[in-house]
Design a protein around this ligand. Structure first.
Ligand code: FAD
Length: 540
């Protein structure tokens, strides 16, 4: 007989942090070491709010498997509760008859990957069409772009196996509180991600580890009978009487299916245009655009962790900032990459798009984040076509201002605040590749974006000392924070509201914003399709 407990709110001062938590737990619970049969960390976070007075605390909760009942110590600061035994969920039912024309998944980013995995586990052997290269080749294409400025329009930071998040910080946080989140994280661990992502309150995996996980999941889907075709761009969706019945790939081959998941991300302008031309209901929505800011990691770590900053338990520090401008616009930091790089994330010719990425160790010289301003449909004319044109317009401006060859326009914060073109750098060196050009960033964003950023920088400097240090570097432009449109779907069936059999899914559909939420959306869409098959095949 074993007794399972969850111990919550265990706060350990960083300076007293034991080397081995296994030795520490018996004394915490006032029991003998042999009474603990097993334990694991359930959650771990850092509380640096009182770093100057009390120091930094690491706050844990643990799951304990004990041989005896443990008495609850009412005077203790931590709490102890009984814990139900976890039931491993492999998400597999594999009882379906494979249909003659299996479900189709367009796009192999997080939404497409997890939709395909779920369908494959159910025995439905999905066909996946991905316009970009498989990861092994995609890495080479991205390298060519970052090193030589040679853009492959079909295989780049946005397109190809793994989708947009592949060359990312791999932050696995999400605001959606779904039990499916854990299923996804466990799947990542199964295919090679570190176990800590299961309990850290800000889990991140890093681009290096994420790439291996993606290849592992692809091979698993294939082993279950799924077919994943790269260099396979869906060029048309065949619609008859308001029903999608198949897709055209690379303008030649045609494949039939009654279940077509469109998980094409928010960078595929061509597929949005196709949806609009087909009369599919697409609505404009709000999003955010702005600039990437880079600081020395050492400086950010110091402001967040003070004298404790080099402690390996803490790692590189992150931050999250928000400001309401006098104009009414929100300005906020987004996709913060501690110890990371600013990356060239263009997918269209002669356009600049920036984003952020880091490796698992997060040991880069700089830390960066996007500083973005909210954009409302009224800013661009309130139609889906104009939403797409709006972001594309500023990306093309940035290319021109950067002087061509995919060099990004940069400006120091000091010069940006004084509205003058930069001519030299200080201590912070930009990490963007294939190169940068001193510019006046006013030329590549509208004034209703640059002015609120200026005001926000002054405010952020009060919250993080040195945030607006003159030599911090701004790089333009950050335009792909979320989809500019929503491909509206029926809440229950998850199909497009006016084209049945077509399931807009993930970030491109406007129903997710990040790796985990896109993956959750993919799983939910696959579940809806599986339910339909169960009804058709009378599986209850
Ligand atoms: P995508 O990942 O965009 O995948 C869509 C796929 O569809 C692509 O592979 C594309 O090639 C394919 N496709 C498009 N059109 C077609 C077509 N016609 N035919 C066939 N295939 C097509 N999110 C986080 O949560 N954490 C982070 O740290 C993070 N960092 C990021 C860093 C960078 C550099 C970038 C670019 C994004 C980052 N994001 C991050 C955002 C995250 O990557 C996206 O939210 C997520 O990838 C969206 O998943 P998705 O599957 O909906 O779409």
């Amino acid at each position: 007989m074993t007794y399972n407990y969850i111990v919550k709110n265990v706060k350990i001062n960083l300076e007293e942090h034991p080397k081995d938590l296994g030795d520490f737990l018996p004394s915490l619970l006032r029991i003998k070491p042999k009474q603990i049969k097993g334990w694991k960390i359930k959650s771990k976070s850092i509380d640096a709010r009182k770093k100057d007075k009390e120091g930094i605390y690491i706050v844990y909760s643990f799951i304990i498997e004990a041989t005896n009942r443990i008495e609850i110590d009412k005077r203790a600061k931590h709490t102890l509760e009984k814990w139900a035994v976890e039931i491993a969920n492999n998400g597999s039912c594999n009882t379906m008859k494979k249909p003659e024309n299996p479900p189709i998944v367009i796009g192999f980013g997080p939404a497409g990957i997890f939709a395909a995995l779920k369908l494959a586990q159910a025995g439905l052997e999905p066909r996946v069409f991905e316009r970009g290269e498989r990861l092994e080749d995609r890495v080479g294409d991205v390298k060519e772009f970052w090193e030589k400025g040679l853009l492959n329009g079909e295989s780049n930071v946005q397109f190809g196996e793994g989708g947009a998040g592949t060359f990312s910080d791999g932050k696995l946080t999400t605001r959606t509180n779904s039990p499916i989140n854990d299923e996804i994280l466990r799947c990542f661990v199964k295919f090679g991600a570190p176990e800590e992502i299961l309990y850290l309150n800000k889990p991140h995996i890093g681009t290096d580890k994420l790439r291996k996980v993606i290849v592992g999941i692809r091979k698993h889907i294939e082993s279950l009978g799924g077919k994943i075709m790269f260099n396979s761009k869906v060029t048309d969706i065949i619609v008859v009487d308001g029903k999608a019945i198949g897709v055209e790939v690379n303008e030649e081959e045609k494949y039939q299916s009654n279940d077509i998941i469109a998980a094409t991300g928010h960078s595929a302008g061509d597929i949005y245009k196709m949806f609009i031309d087909k009369g599919m209901f697409v609505e404009p929505k709000g999003f955010a655009i702005g600039l990437r800011i880079e600081h020395l990691r050492e400086m950010i770590d110091k402001t967040q962790y003070g004298k404790y900053r080099n402690n390996p338990i803490l790692g590189a520090a992150s931050y999250q900032l928000a400001y309401r401008d006098i104009s009414g616009r929100g300005v906020y930091s987004f996709c913060m990459c501690p110890g990371g790089e600013v990356v060239g994330a263009s997918s269209e010719v002669e356009s600049i798009v920036v984003n952020g990425m880091s490796y698992h160790e997060r040991k880069g010289k700089n830390s960066n984040s996007a500083i973005v301003v909210t954009i409302n449909p009224d800013d661009y004319g309130n139609t889906p076509e104009k939403a797409l044109e709006f972001a594309a317009h500023w990306e093309k401006r940035a290319y021109v201002v950067g002087g061509g060859c995919y060099k990004a326009p940069i400006q120091t914060v000091g010069d940006f605040l004084q509205r003058k073109k930069s001519v030299s750098l200080g201590e912070v060196e930009p990490t963007y590749r294939p190169g940068t050009t001193f510019s006046d960033l006013e030329e590549c964003l509208p004034g209703y974006v640059t002015d609120p950023i200026r005001n926000a920088l002054t405010d952020f400097n009060k919250k993080i000392e040195g945030f607006s240090r003159w030599d911090s570097v701004l790089t333009g432009v950050e335009t792909r924070t979320s989809a500019p449109v929503r491909v509206t779907r029926n809440n229950q069936s998850r199909e497009s509201i006016n084209i049945s059999n077509l399931y807009p899914t993930g970030e491109g559909a406007g129903y997710a914003g990040g790796i985990i939420s896109a993956a959750v959306d993919g799983i939910k869409t696959a579940d809806a399709i599986i339910e339909n098959y169960k009804i058709k095949q009378k599986i209850f």
